[in-house]
Design a protein. Structure first.
Length: 103
């Protein structure tokens, strides 16, 4: 139960997101711009599909800096709590569908 709470708190603290099709170079630029080491990865409609840490990006960078984020990200399994959090974040930021970034 405590793990779920920590995950929900982590979800609400993403200040930057990228798409799975963004390049590792692009993800690194987003991380640097926002001074973060972890970003959420969002899919169509702004749904959270994964997270990526700077160490994952740098490890993939050695092979191909233009590889996609989806090649190195950790995928998130959807739960009721995650879907609820996504809806709450979408309402807070006035975003709906269209593959837009939440932040």
């Amino acid at each position: 139960m405590g793990q779920g709470r920590g995950f929900r708190e982590a979800l609400s603290s993403f200040i930057a997101t990228v798409f799975p099709t963004d390049t590792l170079l692009g993800a690194l630029k987003v991380m640097e711009r926002h001074h973060v080491q972890v970003v959420g990865v969002v899919g169509a409609g702004g749904s959270l599909v994964g997270v990526v840490h700077e160490t994952q990006v740098l490890a993939g960078w050695r092979t191909d800096p233009l590889a996609q984020v989806s090649d190195v990200m950790a995928r998130v399994r959807k739960t009721h709590a995650v879907r609820s959090q996504q809806r709450r974040l979408a309402r807070l930021h006035g975003r709906r569908g269209g593959g837009q970034k939440l932040f």
